[in-house]
Every structure is written in C-alpha cells, then in structure tokens.
Design a protein around this ligand. Structure first.
Ligand code: ADP
Ligand code: ADP
Length: 223
C-alpha cells in the first residue's frame, strides 16, 4: 500500500475573492514504495499538493486517490513533516513521539525508546524540544513520524533549515528507514542536488499555477 494517484488536481485559494490559482490540472502517480521528489520554484504549489494528499486541504477540482480511495481526512498512515518542526513544546521528546500512536492505536511499550535510539536521540527522552538543537528537533520530528508507522511519508522541505553536516546525516537516515520499511516517500524540495541524491524520480513543477513540467528517472548510486 501507499500508492498516490493525482488526477487533474486544481486548487484555488479564495475562489470568491482574490483567486490564487495555486495548482491547475496537475497529474501525478506515485507508486507504492517509490521515493519521489517534488521540485519547483518557491510558490509553485508544492505544499498545496502535499496538503491535498495529507487531507488538510480539499481540492477545488480533480481528485487525489490513495490506494484507490478518495481522501476524506488526515490519517496517521500519511505522516507529514514540515521544514519547521511541529513538536509540542510542553511535552518531552518521548511524550511527543508517543503522542501520535497513543492517540490512534495505543503505544507499544518500548517503541518510542527504540525509535529515539535509532534517530540518535538516546538520552534526550526527557528533554523538551527547546533544549535541543535544530537538527535534534528535526530528528525528533522524524521519530514522531515513524512512530505512527506511516505507509506514506509526506515531507515538505524537512531538511532545508539544517546545517550541511546535519542535513547529510538526516538524508542518510531517511534513506535507511525508507529502504528498510518499504514506505512511500513524497519529498518536497527546491534543492536540485537533494532531489537527485534522494529520489528514484524527480517531478519538476512549473511556476504557479503548479503543473507537472517534467519527470526524470534518476539512476545513480545513493550515498
Ligand atoms: P510552494 O510550496 O511551492 O512554495 P505553496 O503551495 O505554498 O507553494 O503556494 C502556492 C501559491 O499559493 C503561492 O502563490 C502561495 O502564496 C499561495 N497560497 C498558499 N496558501 C495560501 C492560502 N492559504 N491562501 C492564499 N494563497 C495561498
Ligand atoms: P512553503 O513555501 O514552505 O510551502 P509558505 O511560507 O509559502 O510555505 O506558507 C506557509 C503557510 O502560509 C502555509 O500554511 C500556506 O498555506 C500559508 N500561505 C502561503 N501563502 C499565503 C497567502 N498568500 N495567503 C494566505 N496564506 C498563505
């Protein structure tokens, strides 16, 4: 599972007023377990597409299918990570990671610890997000996403705010968990190098209104 099928998707913000046509007539298929990068200039509609897949936004026109079904609401099976982490500042790192699974299906004993360990956050379970560096916070965000065991990982410039070294570490981590767990990844970036480094397929979008301009199959050795 994890296939995404976008058919003739359009999204207009404020259709009765200013009318911002963010995405117009976009088609895109992502196969289950594929790693696709969505690349395009700022403002071209990448986040809008992602939020439609996540179920945060309703398409103005067209449809977004996940495993053949229309999306009606957000689902932890489609985990989302943003550039700025959305950790709860009043919860510890461990509580943050446990929050999703606890809400949705009950948390397995020891699962949060093992994921935190894997993300290199061993010893930071009781820390609050503000006590961690930006890179550590983003690791915690990735840990929180993985705790929900999502079939689809929707990532909106997750590493853009990180320093070069931390970014490289996180990219490797992401590839590790993707390859091991057979997840589908849609990864938004405006960084060509990052797109080619990570993805099987790079989908290039036109400037707003967003449409698919080109699709490149990448065939290089991953780091
Ligand atoms: P990207 O992720 O590629 O930077 P976005 O999807 O964030 O692009 O935005 C696409 C366009 O839609 C931009 O012109 C942006 O200003 C506009 N936009 C995004 N969200 C809203 C909103 N809530 N209301 C009005 N316009 C919006
Ligand atoms: P990004 O480029 O990283 O996708 P933005 O900075 O464009 O994000 O947008 C951040 C938030 O502001 C998003 O939730 C988006 O929907 C909203 N937004 C963006 N542009 C507009 C706009 N013109 N009017 C209202 N909300 C907007």
């Amino acid at each position: 599972t994890g296939a995404i099928d976008i058919n003739d998707l359009s999204k207009i913000y404020d259709p009765e007023g200013e009318r911002v046509v963010a995405v117009e007539g976009m088609d895109l298929d992502v196969e289950a377990e594929e790693f696709v990068a969505l690349l395009g200039p700022s403002g071209c509609g990448k986040s809008t597409v992602m939020e439609c897949i996540a179920g945060y936004l309703e398409p103005t026109d067209g449809e977004v299918l996940v495993d053949g079904n229309t999306i009606s609401e957000p689902d932890p099976k489609r985990g989302v990570v943003f550039q700025e982490n959305r950790l709860f500042p009043w919860k510890t790192i461990k509580e943050n990671v446990e929050f999703g699974p606890r809400m949705h299906k009950g948390v397995e004993e020891g699962r949060a610890e093992s994921i935190l360990d894997e993300m290199g956050l061993d010893g930071f379970e009781a820390s609050y997000p503000s006590g961690l560096s930006g890179g550590m916070q983003q690791r915690a965000e990735l840990a929180r996403l993985l705790a929900n065991d999502p079939a689809i990982m929707l990532m909106d410039e997750p590493f853009s705010a990180l320093d070069a070294l931390t970014k490289e570490i996180m990219q490797k981590k992401l590839l590790e968990v993707w390859e091991r767990d057979n997840r589908t990844v849609l990864f938004i970036t405006h960084d060509v190098e990052e797109a080619i480094l990570l993805a099987d397929r790079v989908v290039i979008m036109t400037a707003r209104p967003g449409q698919v301009k080109d699709v490149i199959d990448v065939d290089i050795e991953r780091p």
